[in-house]
Write a protein that binds this ligand. Structure first.
Ligand code: FAD
Length: 512
């Protein structure tokens, strides 16, 4: 009958059944519920249109498989359709006579526009649309209203804003059951979750497969596992963790699960609060784990509030810097991307990135600084693209924000503070275990030369079975020289920006 509620729940991120208000609402009120995921030809669409690496594609497929399993336990299953959402969803909604569409709100420009388009389509069909903002702790609209549309440009300002907002919305319970999807409606037309090969990827060799499996089940398992040691969680301080701990990472590695929404950030938040209560003593932002979640929240809000957040040009919070776009610059970019810089710590990190799709935050710092203002003077947008392809946690808001940070384009401006590609890693890992693992050519290099093998006498190189310039590259630049030159280029770019733009108006409030 006309009052019968037929709901399509469109999954994009938010690949979970826990804390999923769009799914919960449908489960409680609709006679028919169709959980749908549309697998875009570009798999995980990005601004640059790069084809994402196999590790993230695999992570997504595993997350979809897991979601399908969870939906099956509730009496339903995942309908996985291939195509572009804007092409395939409207005809499906018509065919199923959908009168209710539920999906998660998204702040990224590409996904936001796509969501708006789909909401309009649904409304044209007379369907009601439910679009809760559940990817972040707070609804970004709520945060924007609270700051009178004047988005914070610093973490400190952001913390003040959050202090005015109280606790994030409570976690929604998982649905108890879902109506079965009748076979004759869909069974014949729509197949299940495809394989990596179906998507045109060659299966990866074991050594290049990420050790982090996708899916909500794994996310919740990992969360529990991390929280087993309440004290460690409560006292966690980011600067005390280590970029070279690769066997058991020293941070949570919840990032890919948060990126795809296999884990709700609110669940993470409330568990943290509980751990803080239990332990009594706890660390504080910016270095605490709650502080990490707030970095995520802050950068999501920035991506939402500032136009052209993914670019230098036309981005109001990004310093304009004359990066090297020449052939020489491109060659340096290739050396960096392919772990051939001749700086072992940088090359080890870039290899870990390729193999695992994940890097510790400070390793990301080191390679990002090296590519941009530190050594190679290549645009942060180029580095962002490489990360976007290779990270399993590649996240538009966080990736752009952090690249701007490391290149001193926004948020952080102390360009005279530069990571040494030699001394920084050595501080954490003097014997070079991390390098030996990820750069096999250097496996036998004595520890006093492992961070700068070009300094080893030829006899030492021979004994280690690694001739620099033959078995392992010579350094792509001289760090001492390049970093000094780059600092003066930064100084000039900052000075130019200052002379060209009027000083920022204090407390200027934009109207909506
Ligand atoms: P934990 O330290 O355990 O932190 C818990 C969670 O807090 C993370 O999962 C993440 O969601 C959030 N968080 C932590 N650090 C940051 C940060 N600096 N900014 C925003 N959120 C943070 N993170 C991504 O998730 N996706 C990206 O594409 C991404 N690109 C980056 C690019 C560069 C150049 C740099 C320097 C950092 C980037 N980060 C990115 C941020 C950070 O490095 C990762 O979130 C973090 O290392 C993930 O590991 P974890 O889950 O163990 O972090």
């Amino acid at each position: 009958g006309p009052l019968r509620k037929r709901s399509l729940v469109w999954f994009r991120k938010g690949l979970r059944v826990h804390d999923n208000p769009a799914l919960l609402e449908a489960s409680q009120s609709a006679a028919e519920v169709y959980p749908v995921f549309v697998l875009d030809p570009s798999i995980d669409p990005t601004e640059d249109g790069v084809k994402i690496g196999a590790n993230r594609a695999q992570f997504l497929l595993e997350s979809l498989e897991d979601l399908d399993q969870s939906l099956k336990k509730l009496g339903s299953h995942l309908i996985c359709i291939r195509g572009r959402p804007e092409d395939v969803l409207p005809p499906l909604m018509r065919e199923l006579d959908i009168n209710h569409l539920g999906f998660e709100f998204d702040t990224e420009p590409y996904w936001k526009a796509q969501g708006e388009k789909m909401a309009k389509e649904a409304e044209n069909l007379g369907a009601r649309v439910h679009c809760p903002a559940t990817h972040t702790l707070y609804d970004p609209e709520h945060l924007m209203a609270k700051c009178m549309m004047d988005a914070p440009k610093s973490y400190g300002q952001f913390l003040k804003l959050v202090a005015k907002c109280g606790s994030p919305p409570a976690v929604a319970s998982a649905p108890e059951s879902l109506p079965q999807i009748s076979k004759d409606v869909l069974g014949r037309k729509h197949s299940g979750v495809p394989t990596l090969r179906d998507l045109g990827y060659e299966p990866l060799p074991a050594s290049e497969r990420t050790p982090f499996p996708g899916g909500e089940t794994e996310a919740l398992r990992r969360l529990e596992d991390q929280f087993r040691d309440t004290r460690r969680i409560a006292l966690f301080e980011k600067p005390k963790t280590s970029p070279t701990d690769f066997e058991t990472p020293s941070t949570t590695v919840l990032s890919p699960y948060l990126k795809f929404g296999c884990l709700s950030s609110r669940v993470f938040y409330f568990k943290l609060k509980e751990a803080y209560r239990k332990n009594g003593k706890h660390a504080d932002p910016p270095v605490s784990l709650l502080g990490q979640l707030y970095w995520r929240e802050f950068f999501y809000l920035c991506g939402y509030a500032f136009p052209n957040f993914g670019k230098m040009e036309g981005n109001p919070i990004c310093r304009q810097i004359p990066w090297d776009h020449s052939e020489g610059g491109k060659e340096k970019l290739r050396a960096w991307e392919s772990a051939q810089t001749g700086y072992p710590f940088i090359d080890a990190a870039m290899t870990q990135l390729r193999q695992q799709g994940w890097l510790h935050h400070l390793a990301r710092h080191a390679v990002a600084c090296f590519l941009t203002r530190g050594d190679l003077w290549v645009s942060w947008e180029e580095g962002r693209k490489v990360f976007d392809k290779l990270l399993i946690d590649a996240d538009w808001s966080l990736n752009n924000a952090n690249w701007m940070w490391l290149s001193c384009s926004s948020f952080f401006y102390q360009y005279f503070r530069c990571y040494s590609p030699v001394a920084f890693g050595r501080k954490y890992d003097p014997s070079g275990k991390y390098i030996r693992n990820f750069v096999p050519a250097l496996r036998k290099m004595p520890k006093q030369y492992i961070y700068e093998p070009w300094k080893a006498p030829l006899s030492v190189q021979e004994a280690a079975g690694c001739i620099v310039g033959v078995d392992y590259p010579m350094p792509v630049c001289d760090h001492a020289v390049a970093s000094k030159e780059n600092m003066s280029k930064m100084a000039a770019a900052y000075k130019k920006a200052k002379s060209e733009s009027p000083p920022p108006k204090k407390k200027a409030k934009k109207a909506k």
